[in-house]
Design a protein around this ligand. Sequence first.
Ligand SMILES: N[C@@H](CCC(=O)N[C@@H](CS)C(=O)NCC(=O)O)C(=O)O
Length: 247
Amino acid sequence: MRIRRGRIPSSSSWTHFTAKMPLELYLDLHSQPCRSVFIFAKINKIPFEFKSVDLSTGEQYGDEFGKVSIIRKVPVLKDGDFILTESIAILQYLAANHHTPDHWYPADLQKRARVDEFLSWQHTNIRTHGSKVFWFRGVIPAVTGAPVPKEKMDAAVEDLNVSLKTFEEKFLQSRPFIIGEKISLADLVAIVEMMQPVGTGLDVFQDRPALNAWRDRVKKEIGVEVFDEAHKSFIHLSECVSLESNP
Ligand SMILES: N[C@@H](CCC(=O)N[C@@H](CS)C(=O)NCC(=O)O)C(=O)O
């Protein structure tokens, strides 16, 4: 965390002091990128102030949040005067700034490249397809009162199935975690994205034993308590208001 240096008056003279500005995270835990940031900060014991932005009431469009980010999406990190958007950038910033255990974002060039490979791929695959299913099964019926036409729904679920298959065959293979023996940012981002359709009752882990076993390992590494804390308000709720096809 950045240290702010300044001077305060004492009875006889000016004295140097250092004060830590509290880290602020603007979050709505219905959002999968917010959950990854929240979980990462929690399990690495990074102190932060939880600044709630309620997407379901459109708080992201309000004047107050507009001063923080003109992108008007969460998560946002504020570290003193430094404001950062984009969950992946935030995770990488926290990992570097707080010297989190190496396995999260390894210094080793090729291991790090593996993490980056997944983080780059997921935007237009697991994230896009999982979000679309979440919207089709949860948000759109809730808003319109009508189900999404079957052909559209089937096509969306099929896209998600293709992404999950690619995840298992290319990114996970027979390893415990994406980069091998240890959990990394890649697993964290993957699990929160896969939980999004689960929030509408579509259990993507069912009938996928390898994925199911990986989910259990990730949950154990994160800690069931923090995992559940991040997901408790989300499960079976359909309130996330963003669908990105091109993040
Ligand atoms: N690529 C961004 C995505 C951020 C994003 O789309 N956030 C959504 C919630 S999942 C949001 O804030 N949506 C508000 C809106 O679109 O109005 C990231 O990874 O941080």
